[in-house]
Design a binder for this molecule. Structure first.
Ligand SMILES: [Fe+2]
Ligand SMILES: [Fe+2]
Length: 347
């Protein structure tokens, strides 16, 4: 956690927003006594240092036991040199002008607190955490009833922002670190879809639409017995039949939740359909399968192939792409080629 010490929270808001992009952030005033605030990794003081209460608060901070000390960045106003000297005397490890861009302040914070990481690393970690927490809640509620579809909206921006900020490879590294199979898969597919949509130059609205569909496309898996869902290795015929029900079940969950857009509904029911009619659950053929479903199906198969499980050797992106290319007649060839270009930076 990062603490922003502010005597004018309204003035500090853009700074707080910038900090929240990389870390959990708590805003406190100069009446803070630091006694019960809990562990934190760094402090940014956006206060008027000449005020007695500001000095008192920073002296209290400096008097904490050495093991709990954290870097203190002071933003100073007015006469820079004397303000810098005053801030140093009050324990600042770094002084910056209060006029500095919040992003630049956060860059300095990251160098002080996490010297081994970049801002982009932290943004991706944070966004994956946000989207992951949301998806976990969503799947829990889907086990027994409808889901809160508006809450899915809060998962879209984290995925798109992380892909935009850090690229697909970094997102995959982050998501691969999570053990939960379904959770990992949803976030993998969402990141891959977001990267593909970005590479195709889709509009912001279409990128959001596709990312939303990717987040919930396997929501039906929440009602598949764990013994089948988490079985290491191949499923037998009966287990496969059970597993395949996740597509229509997911569609039912979304219908029961109300207000779901038609693209998300179609993607959820049909993302295992193949152009030659060999897919499930409705054995649709090419004409009946729309572009959003075709796009998601490619991303879904790719994500499943490169997933990391404790019991299997991970497949490289190149091998996964050659499997997609071998599925002629089942997947749209032109789209598979475009997909290959979109994920070419993934090792
Ligand atoms: Fe699926
Ligand atoms: Fe899937």
């Amino acid at each position: 956690m990062i603490v922003v010490l502010s005597d004018r929270p309204d003035r500090s808001q853009s700074l707080v927003d910038a900090v929240r992009a990389v870390a959990e952030c708590r805003v406190v005033g100069t009446d803070e006594t630091w006694a019960r605030i809990g562990p934190f990794r760094g402090v940014i003081a956006d206060i008027t240092l000449s005020r007695p209460e500001a000095k008192r608060c920073l002296r209290l901070l400096a008097s904490r036991p050495a093991r709990t000390r954290a870097p203190l960045i002071c933003l100073t106003r007015g006469n820079e040199q004397s303000a810098f000297t005053e801030a140093r005397n009050l324990g600042a490890t770094l002084c910056l002008s209060a006029l500095a861009e919040p992003r630049m302040v956060v860059g300095s914070l990251v160098r002080e607190v996490w010297p081994e990481k970049s801002v982009a690393d932290l943004v991706v970690t944070r966004e994956a955490e946000r989207a992951g927490t949301l998806m976990t809640r969503l799947f829990e509620s889907a086990q027994t009833g409808p889901i809160d579809l508006p809450s899915v909206e809060r998962g879209i921006a984290p995925v798109l922002d992380a892909i935009h900020e850090g690229g697909l490879s970094r997102w995959l590294d982050e998501v691969w670190a999570h053990d939960d199979v379904t959770f990992q898969h949803c976030l993998l597919v969402s990141g891959v879809v977001a990267a593909f949509a970005q590479n195709l130059g889709l509009s912001a609205t279409d990128k959001q639409l596709m990312t939303r569909a990717a987040l919930v496309h396997d929501v039906g898996k929440s009602r598949i017995p764990l013994a089948v869902l988490n079985k290491p290795g191949r499923l037998d015929d009966d287990e496969r039949a059970v597993m395949q029900t996740h597509a229509p079940i997911g569609h039912e969950i979304l219908m029961a939740s109300g207000g779901c857009d038609p693209i998300t509904l179609a993607v959820t029911r049909h993302h295992h359909e193949m152009l030659d009619g060999s897919g499930y659950p409705d054995k649709l053929c090419a004409d009946a399968i729309g572009d959003p479903v075709r796009l998601l199906t490619i991303c879904d198969i790719y994500a499943a192939l490169i997933e990391r499980r404790p019991y299997k050797v991970p497949m490289s992106s190149r091998d996964a792409l050659s499997i997609l290319s071998s599925m002629q007649g089942k997947l749209e060839g032109g789209l598979v080629q475009a997909f290959g270009r979109a994920v070419q930076t993934v090792p």
